[in-house]
Design a protein around this ligand. Structure first.
Ligand code: PLP
Length: 481
């Protein structure tokens, strides 16, 4: 498809303005005007509408397609939440920070405060900050809080332990805060190997980062013991709650020994995401870490009014401009209230049920490296199909032709030819059945006509781009190109 600049026709325009009847004057002082025209594309309104509408139809999103991208929770998000968040668009984020501005910001401050309170209740933590702008940002914030805790206690700590099934952001976040990473392998049951974990623990360990259920979609039955062993050497335990769906209303990380948790509002709590934004990764902590939380804190006075507290000498400081991604937080607040306690429990149960349905209906045709009841996602391996030279990527590409966004492939790294499916709670049985049929068709084709799979996708404008080149040499057009 042509770029919009390539469609430009000299002199074409979307509007005809009447000739001016006042002398031309520049609003800018001399010297501020550009010498040359900006080089904007010249098109009619219809050209522009068709261009962008056609582009949007090539886009794949949850609103158009089932999107079972494991570890990403690409679920449908109710449009009512958009409306709610939009109410705040006229509100400038600077307002609460101006002298006397808190008075004019009570609604926004109430949302920030109440969302924090709801997350405290959901995660079993003592306090929450909604500042971090993504899951990974929440992780860095959480590890900074842990570092501040150890520093204040005079603890000399060097290491952060992560299982080898962890999301890549876990070791990266800990490394960014200055810790060395110790990776513990996964045992035959899909859990962090407990003997190797015990061997890795020492007085120099600052924290253990756990995802539970982990990226294999499996719940670790030993988390209480893992937390207790860490606490015995004054290491804190971090819960990566990016995919909280699986345990919503069933388990609170704070109740089983975790000290810090981040959640992804843009995965579990009603906000669309993808293509890099926008996100929100609130962090909850236990009492011992509260003094270090980012400023300003939104506090509620005895009169029910909200204000900002920046007078917290031990705080790690700000981790985001203003108050984080307020629009995302407002959506999540709406989502949580809309579902209520029973609704959140239903969401979690359906997420787990749907994943187990897919697992049960595909395990005769695809290898299941860790054959157990899963939580919110299941991880297959295309190793059986590899015998016919068919790889996970070929199956993923075939699914595009069938009208589905592919699942996550090649992650978690510990599963060869991984296909990681997270159906989420918002999909109907009919959609799951159609997806399962497409997956089954792919498995049959792998044996009978592997070349057909290798050709996929045939329904897209570009079939198989060189992915490295596509990322490194983007054809992005800007003014003047
Ligand atoms: C998505 C995810 C993250 C990172 O969240 P971002 O918002 O993408 O930074 C961390 N851990 C797990 C398990 C995730 O699925």
């Amino acid at each position: 498809m042509e770029l919009i600049y390539e469609k430009s026709v000299d002199g074409r325009a979307g509007v005809r303005l009447p000739a001016g009847d006042v002398p031309a004057a520049s609003p800018l002082p001399a010297g501020f005007l550009r010498g040359e025209p900006a080089g904007l594309p010249e098109l009619s309104e219809l050209d522009v509408v068709r261009h962008f509408t056609q582009l949007s139809r090539r886009n794949i999103g949850v609103d158009t397609t089932f999107y079972p991208l494991g570890s990403c929770t690409m679920k449908y998000n109710a449009k009512a939440l958009e409306e709610g968040a939009r109410l705040f668009t006229p509100f400038h984020p600077m307002v609460p920070l101006l002298p006397g501005g808190e008075k004019f910001s009570q609604g926004a401050l109430a949302i920030l405060h109440r969302m924090g309170k709801l997350l405290e209740e959901i995660t079993g933590m003592d306090a929450v900050t909604c500042q971090p702008l993504a899951g990974a940002h929440g992780e860095v914030t959480g590890i900074m809080l842990i570092a501040a805790y150890h520093k204040a206690k005079g603890n000399r700590k060097r290491y952060v332990i992560v299982p080898d099934s962890s999301h890549g952001t876990n070791p990266s976040s800990a490394a960014m805060v200055g810790y060395e990473i110790v990776t513990v392998p996964t045992d035959a049951c899909g859990d962090m190997d407990r003997e190797k974990y015990k061997a890795a623990l020492s007085g120099e360990v600052a924290a253990v980062m756990m995802t539970c259920p982990n990226t294999l979609g499996l719940f670790n039955p030993h988390i209480k013991e893992i937390c207790a062993l860490a606490h015995a050497v004054d290491a804190l335990v971090y819960y990566d709650g990016a995919n909280l769906n699986a345990i919503l209303g069933k388990l609170r990380p704070g109740d089983v020994g975790f000290d810090v948790v981040h959640v992804n509002l843009h995965k579990t709590f009603g906000t669309p995401h993808g293509s890099g934004g926008p996100g929100s990764g609130p962090v909850g902590v236990k009492q011992a870490l509260v003094p270090y939380l980012p400023v300003p804190r939104v506090v509620e006075g005895g009169d029910g009014r909200f204000s900002l507290d920046s007078d917290r000498p031990l705080s790690i400081g700000r981790t985001a401009n203003f108050f984080g991604n307020f629009g995302v937080i407002a959506r999540a607040y709406g989502y949580t209230l809309m579902l209520g306690k029973e609704g959140l429990i239903d969401a979690g149960e359906l997420a787990v049920l749907n994943a187990n349905y897919v697992l049960a209906r595909l395990k005769d045709l695809y290898d299941l490296p860790y054959d157990q009841t899963c939580m919110h996602e299941c991880v297959f391996s295309a190793s059986r199909q590899l015998r016919h030279d068919i790889r996970a990527i070929d199956i993923a590409k075939f699914l595009i032709d069938k009208g589905f966004h592919p699942p996550t492939v090649y992650f978690p790294l510990i599963v060869k030819e991984a296909i990681m499916i997270e159906p989420t709670e918002t999909e109907s049985k009919a959609t799951l059945d159609a997806f399962i049929e497409a997956m089954r068709e792919a498995a049959v084709l792998a044996e009978k006509d592997p070349a057909a799979l290798k050709r996929a996708p045939v329904t897209t404008p570009i079939s198989r781009p060189d992915e490295t080149k596509a990322a490194r040499e983007q054809k992005v057009c800007h003014f003047g190109c």
